[in-house]
Write a protein that binds this ligand. Structure first.
Ligand SMILES: Nc1nc2c(ncn2[C@@H]2O[C@H](COP(=O)(O)OP(=O)(O)OP(=O)(O)O)[C@@H](O)[C@H]2O)c(=O)[nH]1
Ligand SMILES: [Mg+2]
Length: 245
């Protein structure tokens, strides 16, 4: 058992989990926890096959209202309850987040509370996105920075690491975003409460298998969340920083 855990939320990722598992194992021996929201395509079954031959693989099956944020919240509560993982990583299942970068995120946690995998730290490092998609993501980040005051180049990145002892401060208090906007809300909470945050360059690759779950509702939540965060306050101390240091 490792003292590091990679949390991977899944919804209809059956085609991706085996390849992702292989790539993570090529990169490191960190434990992996798949958090599946009752995917109709049988993702949970595919994860159980992996878990049967790898004791470092776990599966949390959720029912009820689905959502990326809800899945992460459930996983973080388990990490706190268990108390044996010291560092937690967050990663998509669709291979857009390449496991080779886990080491870089882990190293950043040696002297920071949180590590943020960034696509925009040295120009743009995104493969196979249309100009339209890139524009949307880039503009969303400019908007979030302008509205919230956060200094990070990639506030919407879902590839992250955090020290487990900092999870409590992320989860405490009232939360609103159950979907993708959770990522922005989580970063804002971390930044606002004075955690030290380092951005680490990553190369992001568009998914080859399966479908994106981004919907109009997700987009709307992403527009409203930064405005709400702005109203909830500003940063307490100045320990955070943007950019690789
Ligand atoms: N547990 C859970 N996971 C989800 C849910 N929605 C999305 N995910 C997972 O969250 C990760 C990111 O979702 P994607 O659909 O790839 O979103 P994205 O990467 O922002 O968008 P694309 O670039 O279009 O793929 C993937 O691993 C999804 O399977 C959900 O409701 N519940
Ligand atoms: Mg994706």
């Amino acid at each position: 058992m490792s003292d590091r855990l990679v949390v991977i939320p899944t919804y209809n990722e059956r085609e991706n989990v085996a390849e992702l598992h292989r790539a993570v194992r090529d990169a490191c021996d960190f434990d992996m926890l798949f958090v599946d929201d009752s995917s109709p395509d049988g993702t949970a079954g595919a994860v159980k096959v992996l878990a049967a031959s790898d004791p470092g693989v776990g599966l949390m099956e959720r029912s009820g209202e689905r959502g990326l944020g809800r899945a992460y919240e459930a996983a973080f509560r388990k990490v706190i309850e268990k108390g044996s993982w010291r560092r937690v990583f967050m990663m998509d299942a669709d291979l857009s987040h390449q496991p080779v970068h886990l080491r870089g995120l882990d190293e950043a946690l040696d002297d920071h509370d949180m590590a943020l995998g960034s696509r925009y730290i040295r120009g743009v490092s995104v493969l196979n996105w249309s100009i339209l998609r890139l524009n949307l993501s880039y503009t969303a980040n400019s908007y979030i920075r302008a509205v919230t005051g956060m200094p990070f180049s990639d506030c919407t990145s879902g590839f992250r690491g955090i020290r487990a002892e900092r999870l409590e401060s992320i989860l405490s208090g009232r939360k609103h975003a159950g979907g993708y906007a959770f990522l922005v809300e989580m970063l804002h909470r971390a930044w606002r409460s004075g955690l030290s945050i380092r951005e680490v360059p990553i190369v992001f690759v568009e998914r080859e298998h399966g479908e994106s779950k981004i919907s109009a509702k997700v987009m709307l939540e992403s527009l409203v969340t930064p405005l709400r965060l702005r109203l909830t306050g500003t940063r307490h101390s100045a320990r955070g920083s943007a950019g690789a240091q």
